[in-house]
Design a protein around this ligand. Structure first.
Ligand code: PMV
Length: 293
């Protein structure tokens, strides 16, 4: 028997960066679920656990994945082993939140398979998002859409305006530092001291701006927030970074678009070089051409 489940990625506008044990975040985060960016996981009963590495994942990523499946199995006291397959419909490890979609998909599929085998009821979405958090923190937000808010205590959907997402891929290489390492390294930055307050304040202000449809304010807050996270990276010890020259060029083009029109997209960047845009509506065709070139 084969079980197959897919789950979406999500991109944070207020970032989760810095964590405690069991991936409890040091600050709250707010994300938009990317329904078109998905991981599909299949599980099939086998003699031993083994991962079919069709996407050239690192050994570290595979071990994390197997460890999470083991964690789910132990939760349910299940003895079955599985052949595991995982495919993304987008590039992985390039700052497009592939760990969020892959761990959410593995959690959903693992719970489904094991509950079927043991003839137990499937846990609630809330419970599965908490199980998923243990594997990859940001994955707990992928269980809620279109917006998810994740605090130290809970993760849930939040009702905010629908936006139109677009990704500008400037670099499809593997990122130089994993987000697991980044969570630890940022604690060495002199900017980390006040990070929690800055993120919480921005979260409050962004929710207000989104509710009031104060678009310019949304752009400003999100701009400061992704630079804040990347400034933490660049001032860690040792310091590290993800932007390429093309990232900066696209950011300058977006700034110019805003200056010329008093309008433009919200921008954010994950732990990677690629740029996520959010538009208020879908008729922005000519603008995207100006941004990329
Ligand atoms: O879930 P993790 O441990 O891979 O953390 C990823 C955190 C960021 O993607 C860098 C930011 C976020 O909030 O998604």
């Amino acid at each position: 028997m084969i079980w197959t489940t897919s789950a979406p990625a999500n991109i944070a506008l207020i970032k989760y960066m810095g964590k405690d044990k069991d991936n409890i975040p040091l600050n709250s985060s707010l994300s938009y679920t990317l329904n078109n960016y998905r991981t599909t996981v299949s599980l099939e009963i086998a003699k031993e656990d083994y991962f079919v590495n069709s996407e050239n994942l690192s050994q570290f990523a595979i071990e994390r994945f197997l460890k999470h499946l083991n964690y789910i199995r132990q939760l349910f006291n299940c003895k079955e082993k599985f052949k595991i397959q995982s495919t993304n419909n987008f590039i992985h490890s390039a700052g497009i939140a592939s760990s969020a979609s892959s761990f959410a998909a593995l959690t959903l599929c693992g719970c489904k398979a094991i509950c079927d085998i043991l003839q137990k009821p499937l846990p609630s979405l809330d419970e599965m998002s908490q199980i998923s958090r243990k594997g990859s923190g940001s994955s707990c937000r992928s269980f809620f859409a279109p917006w998810a808010i994740w605090t130290k205590k809970s993760v849930q959907a939040i009702n905010l305006p629908i936006l139109h997402h677009e990704l500008i891929t400037v670099d499809d290489g593997i990122k130089p530092v994993t987000s697991s390492d980044a969570h630890e390294l940022v604690k060495t930055s002199y900017l980390f001291k006040d990070r929690i307050n800055r993120a919480e304040k921005r979260l409050e202000n962004l929710i207000k701006a989104l509710n009031e449809l104060n678009w310019q304010q949304c752009y400003q807050i999100c701009w400061e927030e992704f630079w804040d996270m990347h400034a933490l990276f660049e001032t860690s010890s040792p310091h590290f970074g993800y932007f390429s020259a093309k990232t900066i060029q696209v950011l300058r083009n977006i700034e110019n678009l805003w200056k010329e029109n008093n309008d433009g997209p919200i921008v954010t960047i994950d732990a990677g070089a690629n740029i996520h845009l959010f538009w208020k509506n879908t008729n922005h065709g000519k603008n995207i051409h100006n941004i990329i070139n």
